[in-house]
Write a protein that binds this ligand. Sequence first.
Ligand code: BJW
Length: 244
Amino acid sequence: MIATGIPLDRFNKKSRVIFFTGAGISAESGIATFRDPDGHWSKYDPMKLASPAGFRADPDLVLAWYAARRETIANAKPNLAHLSITNFQKLFQETLVITQNVDGLHQAAGNHSVYELHGSIHRQKCVKCDADLGQIKAKTIAKLCGCGGRARPDVVWFGESLPHGILDHAFGFAEKTDLCFVIGTSSQVYPSAQLPHIVKRNGGYVVEINPEKTILSDQANISLRGLAGELLPRVYEEFYASLN
Ligand code: BJW
C-alpha cells in the first residue's frame, strides 16, 4: 500500500482531531451533492430552494424538494467514510465531527460529538416564531405552528445565520485542533469554510480528501485526491498502525 504522506509521527492519541465534512462524504451513499456537475445547483436555482425569499415566494415548491430529499436519505445508509470516522473516534481521545450536511448519516454511522452547522433535514421549525416543531417523518410535508406560522425545515438557508452556539464551539475547538480532515466539501460556503483556515492559522495540520481540486487544496497541508469511502479507511489504517 502506498503511504499517503501524512506525517504520522506528529500525532498521538491525545491529539485533538476535527472531521469537517460536506456533501461529498455522503455521495457514495447515493445522496446528491450541490455543486458537482450532477448536483442540485446544476438543476435548480439555490435562491428558489434554499433562501427565505424562495420559501416566501413558493413554500410548496421548497417543502416538496425537501420531502423528496428526505425520502432519498431515508433509503440511504452510511458508507465506509462515515464508518471510518467511528473507528477514528476510538483511536483519538478528543474528536469533533463538524458537518455541513443535514442528512444525519454521521449519527447513523455511530459517530459521536456531531455538530451540524447547517441544521438537520429531519427537524422542522416555525417560520414565524422559530419554535422547534420536532422531528419530521419521511414524506411528511408541512404542518402549522401554534402561532399560525408555517413549518419549515430546520436547515440554514442563504443569508441566514448559522446556529451561534454550534458555530462558536466549532470555531473555538478549531483554534486548539492538531489535525483537521476536510472531507467532501467544495469549501465555498461561508462562514463554515473558514474552519480549516482557523486550524491552520493556529498551527494545526489540514488534510483535504476530495476527488477534485478545490479552492482549499493549495492551502491544505496535504490534499489527497480520491473518494472519501476509499481514502478514509486507508488513512485510518495508517494512523492505527502508527498509534498502536
Ligand atoms: C467527494 C465525493 C466523494 C464528490 N468523496 N468528496 C463571503 C463571505 C462570507 C459569506 C458570504 C460571502 N459571500 C456570500 C456569502 C454568504 C453565503 C455564502 O457563503 N455564499 C457563497 C456560496 C458565495 N453564506 C451564507 O449565506 C450563510 N450565512 C451567512 O453567511 O450568514 C451571514 C449573512 C447574513 C446576511 C447576508 C450575508 C451573510 C449560510 C449558508 C447556508 C448554506 N445552505 C446550504 C443549503 C441548506 C442546507 C440543505 O438544504 O442541505 O447548505 S447551500 C449548500 O452548500 C448546503 C451545503 O451544506 C453547503 C456546502 O456545500 P458542500 O457540502 O461543500 O457541497 P458541494 O456540492 O459544494 O461540494 C461537494 C464536494 O464533494 C465537491 O468538492 C466534490 O468534488 C466532492 N465530492 N464526491 C469525497 N465520493
